[in-house]
Design a protein around this ligand. Sequence first.
Ligand SMILES: C[S@@+](CC[C@H](N)C(=O)[O-])C[C@H]1O[C@@H](n2cnc3c(N)ncnc32)[C@H](O)[C@@H]1O
Length: 268
Amino acid sequence: MHNETLHTRDYLTEFGTNDYLSAYTRFKTIPWFMEHIKGLVRVFVNNSSHLGNERALEFGGGPTLVSSFVLAQYVQSITFSEYVPNNLKAVNDWINQVDGAFDWTNVFNFIIEQYHQQTGITLSLSECEQRLRTGLQRGGVLRIADVNEQSGCSVLDNPDNYNQFDIILSSFCLEDACLTKETYEKTVERLCMLLKPGGFLVLAHGRNQTFYYVNDKRFFAQYMNEQSARETLERMNLINIQTSAVDRTPNEYSDSDGYFIACGYKKK
Ligand SMILES: C[S@@+](CC[C@H](N)C(=O)[O-])C[C@H]1O[C@@H](n2cnc3c(N)ncnc32)[C@H](O)[C@@H]1O
């Protein structure tokens, strides 16, 4: 394994899209990951009566459709945004049903099972996939700029996006993307600008983490936890802030001791 810690522009050449996706083929062997999905579904089930149903933004979605699949059950339109072009290609390949596109069936079925366990409602895989495809086609798949640059981002700095989204979700992105606590706070503030009044912000992060590996490449992570994220959301004047966490044992692939979700609402 390499010891050099990669970040920002390194993602453009060093982030292994297929290596990252391969973890999802064996997600049932990763207990924390299944617990995270359960927790994510729980956040949406618990908050469902407060959510607007028009537009969602997934920020820094990687090549991953887990979060957007959950969002698709709540909104008509999902704007999927990501920094690495190869990751965007993986998402577009799934939308366009290109041969060789990643097969999300097992993960989506697991999410559907969680819905069933938590609500008693049985969703149909094909209908949910259709909702996701249609939602992504309405909202678009967009490339974002390096968040550390703090300007010139097609999503964050587009005034047409201000106050437009009912839900914004970003999972396991900002702690990897933002090199400083100040940039993290600034990026959360920029995301809040895009929320409608009453809109819902959901952030998932590695806890107490400083690095993670994708295959043999080591990537930077910013140290944070439920308390520090809650303080950030309080400084953004969000209300009804909630946090939940899943523990994991640190290992040579990541020193995080858990994963957490922090969420809250923009004041009306
Ligand atoms: C661990 S991946 C998470 C992907 C996905 N959200 C998920 O839950 O699997 C980290 C993400 O952060 C994005 N990222 C890393 N550095 C960034 C930066 N400087 N600006 C914007 N995004 C960045 C990467 O492109 C990547 O998609």
